[in-house]
Ligand binder design. Structure first.
Ligand code: EPU
Length: 346
């Protein structure tokens, strides 16, 4: 009898694929060669083929943090690896293995259904699980890196699958080892480690306000619901109006620069950071420059949150980047701060 493992099905090729519905900005972009990756074992052969033929490639997860040009030459890899399961449990923690293509918010809901709280502050962040470690997504005082045990990825430099433990991921504010090494790792699976001892984390101002009158600590379900409510109010639904959440990072400045700024602008919105540094609310800086709700052609700044740029329909990456340049210039002139764009520009 032959026990040889079946060869994996090759990745599915879709030539000239329209990506308008595969990016949350709703930009009308065409991928010359789109490959749908439904299983990790499709990657070695595909990456070898692309390398042999010298075809440039890039990855696309949920498309919720990218700015796409009108056309994407070469190969665009759509990561659709699914599956989520509890793989291990001890007295302290539960470990979950999750496919990179799983929808992040659906996964967060599922963990709560399984009575594995911890990720509720990160509810309703658009995108896929595999994309979350790249920019170490964060919201309401929690960052995903705190809950990651390890990452499984195909290392295109070594042409091999690797397991990268949390300690090697270099997680920082909207940053990681993967972001520092672009186009090297293709994340296929994320292993989460969820502590069994759970505590509500509602110190973040917007969230604290929701529970200010409560007599007892909120449950994880109440936090989940509150986060969803706040986000729905502040952030535009990409299905209705194209956007990629925060368009700029919140700049981190040293103590001296903060003191100088706060003397000139006593209402400066900021949060304390480690090592005496200060994180400034980019939304406030942009708002002060008068951009909130402003529209330039088909793109603009969202009326309820100055940190969010929107595509009113028919806008292009050039329109967005021109508006971004305009904002960066005004903020630099007024505050001496250089804003960094958060989404990946393809
Ligand atoms: N503010 C203004 N004008 C505005 C909006 C906000 O002045 O139009 C000021 C307010 O003082 C407010 C402060 O800015 O208190 C901060 O605003 P907010 O609480 O809405 O949070 P944020 O700094 O704009 C960050 C993350 C979000 C995350 C929220 C909640 C970044 C770049 N953004 O936004 O992440 O959901 O905190 O934790 O760190 C994302 O990355 O896509 C994203 C949405």
């Amino acid at each position: 009898m032959n026990f040889a493992k079946n060869a994996p099905q090759p990745a599915k090729l879709i030539p000239n694929m329209g990506l308008k519905h595969r990016n949350s900005f709703g930009l009308d972009s065409t991928a010359e060669l789109a490959y749908e990756i439904s299983a990790a074992d499709q990657l070695p052969a595909l990456m070898k083929e692309l390398s042999d033929k010298k075809v440039a490639w890039r990855l696309l997860g949920g498309g919720s943090n990218v700015i796409l040009p009108d056309s994407l030459p070469g190969a665009t890899l759509l990561i659709n690896v699914l599956g989520q399961e509890v793989i291990k449990s001890d007295d302290q923690s539960t470990w979950l293995a999750v496919g990179a293509g799983v929808d992040w918010h659906e996964f967060v809901s599922w963990t709560l259904d399984q009575n594995l709280p911890g990720l509720e502050n990160l509810a309703l962040i658009p995108g896929t699980v595999g994309a979350t470690p790249i920019q170490n997504i964060g919201a309401y005082g929690v960052e995903v890196g705190e809950y990651i045990d390890s990452i499984e990825a195909f290392d295109t430099k070594a042409n091999a699958f690797v397991t990268i433990p949390q300690a090697a991921c270099q997680f920082a504010y909207r940053d990681s080892y993967f972001k520092q090494n672009p186009n090297r790792f293709i994340v296929t699976k994320v292993v989460f480690k969820i502590p069994k001892a759970w505590q509500a984390r509602v110190q973040y101002a917007d969230l604290a306000k929701q529970f200010a009158d409560a007599n007892s600590a909120p449950s994880h379900k109440q936090i989940f619901d509150a986060v969803c409510t706040i986000r729905l109010k502040k952030l535009p639904d990409p299905k209705v109006i194209g956007n990629a959440g925060s368009f700029f990072q919140n700049p981190i400045v040293d103590h001296q620069q903060y003191e100088e700024l706060v003397t000139r602008f006593p209402n400066l919105a900021s949060y304390p950071e480690a090592a005496g540094k200060r994180k400034l609310a980019a939304a406030w800086l942009i708002d002060q420059c008068g951009f909130k709700g402003k529209r330039i052609g088909q793109v603009g700044v969202y009326e309820n949150q100055a940190l969010v740029l929107v595509n009113h329909g028919g806008g292009t990456s050039t329109d967005l980047l021109n508006l971004a340049k305009n904002i960066q210039e005004e903020v630099r002139n007024k505050f001496g701060i250089q804003l960094q764009i958060e989404p990946t520009i393809f």
